[in-house]
Design a protein around this ligand. Structure first.
Ligand SMILES: [Zn+2]
Ligand SMILES: [Zn+2]
Length: 399
């Protein structure tokens, strides 16, 4: 029956056309909202609450371990992509620091930490001036003590990824990665990944943005821990610029520059950086340790104007604070953007308010762990309005 075969062909062709049209519109709707404004590119911006803020690309691998590029390549990519600081974290080595790479490179600050392989998973050890490992008889707790006593910061890398973090009993651990650019696309469906490959040459910005979704599992883990103690969260890249093919062959993809523009952690410091790398490392890591930072899907739009704070009478408490409950306290969120956004405020992981607009004031209803997420509203002809995660704050704990 030739007519049946013909109808089938037409049906398949129509289906394919719709799939292509839908994919194209979807990827276009995921594109950056506007070119970063010159203000967003400057090294220092002072946001609401006064403190200077700096955007960083965190968790980068070089040829010192399994990355595809040299430290010089990474610095060049950083200078093009425009973050204020980079944190290099090669596997089990601090050699780039000993070789003198930590410092300012034409205004871009490169900090050198280490990604330590432990029995519980991969751990970012930042701000420690010496190599650390888990070889001692006391194991992981001793390692975390050592990082803490050296004034460093310990952060569980890709805690819910392929190599999950499995040991959460140590109270001295500072935090965890909420996003990891090398892990987050892996839970996408085969169809989503196929669509990404098809549209990558045409709409690369949209394709990369489309692969990162709300990290539900990592947020659950964070909130579970945050009930008991402060836990800082960051957004990481795990940038390698290297995909292993076969033998010694590899592909230089995705590029460092691409990754540095995809996910950033904005750090709100109490003071401006000084230009002295040693001092500035302390300023940035102190702010990260106390949770004075937020995660931005930079590929959608930079977010230098975001704030989340608790206002109690004349006092304002920033992200990362733990405060005693008082009547009349108000939570305040601002999320300036060049387009429409929704602000969601969560209490103990449960949405408390979900509202369209760039600012939110709400009275604190009682004790709880509060955090906020901002979604950009993107619409396409075939799918209508979609909410895409743009910002995740650190928490304010009210006891
Ligand atoms: Zn890792
Ligand atoms: Zn890594």
């Amino acid at each position: 029956m030739p007519s049946l075969r013909k109808s089938l062909k037409i049906l398949v062709a129509a289906g394919l056309l719709i799939w292509i049209a839908d994919g194209f519109l979807l990827m276009r709707s995921e594109s950056p909202r506007s070119a970063p404004s010159p203000a967003a590119e400057t090294a220092v911006s002072t946001g609401p609450g006064g403190g200077a803020r700096y955007s960083g690309a965190i968790h980068i691998h070089s040829t010192y371990s399994d990355g595809g590029g040299s430290v010089a390549d990474i610095i060049r990519a950083g200078q093009k992509a425009g973050p204020d600081f980079l944190i290099l974290t090669d596997h089990d080595t601090l050699q780039p620091r000993f070789d003198g790479h930590q410092g300012y490179h034409d205004g871009l600050l490169l900090l050198v930490g280490e990604e330590v392989n432990t029995s519980a998973g991969h751990l970012l050890a930042l701000g420690v001036g010496r190599d650390v490992d888990q070889d001692g008889p006391l194991g992981l707790p001793a390692l975390i003590d050592e990082i803490s006593e050296a004034g460093g910061v310990s952060i569980a890398a890709h805690p819910t990824g392929r190599r999950p973090w499995t040991h959460w009993t140590d109270d001295k651990m500072d935090g965890l990665e909420l996003l990891n650019g090398n892990s987050d696309w892996r839970d996408d469906s085969v169809l989503e990944l196929l669509r990404a490959v098809v549209f990558l040459p045409f709409l690369p910005d949209g394709v990369f943005n489309s692969l990162i979704d709300r990290p539900n599992e990592a947020i659950r883990l964070w909130m579970h821990r945050a009930q008991r103690q402060p836990v800082t969260v960051i957004g990481s890249l795990d940038a390698h610029e290297r995909i292993k093919l076969w033998g010694e062959r590899h592909l230089a993809f995705p590029t460092y520059e691409r990754m540095f523009g995809l996910i950033r952690t904005y750090v709100i410091t109490g003071m401006e950086l000084t230009g002295d790398a040693g001092v500035d490392e302390g300023i940035l890591l102190d702010a990260i340790r106390r949770g004075s930072c937020y995660v931005v899907l930079e590929g959608y739009e930079p977010a230098p104007g975001f704030s989340f704070e608790l206002i109690m009478g004349p006092e304002t408490r920033p992200m990362g604070s733990t405060v005693a409950f008082q009547d009349g306290g108000r939570l305040h969120v601002t999320a300036p953007s060049s387009g429409p956004v929704r602000i969601r405020l969560y209490r103990n992981e449960v949405p408390l308010i979900d509202t369209e607009g760039h600012e939110l004031f709400v009275e604190v209803p009682g004790p709880g762990v509060y955090h906020t997420e901002v979604y950009q509203l993107r619409s396409t002809l075939l799918r209508g309005e979609r909410q895409r995660l743009w910002i995740i704050s650190n928490a304010i704990r009210v006891e």
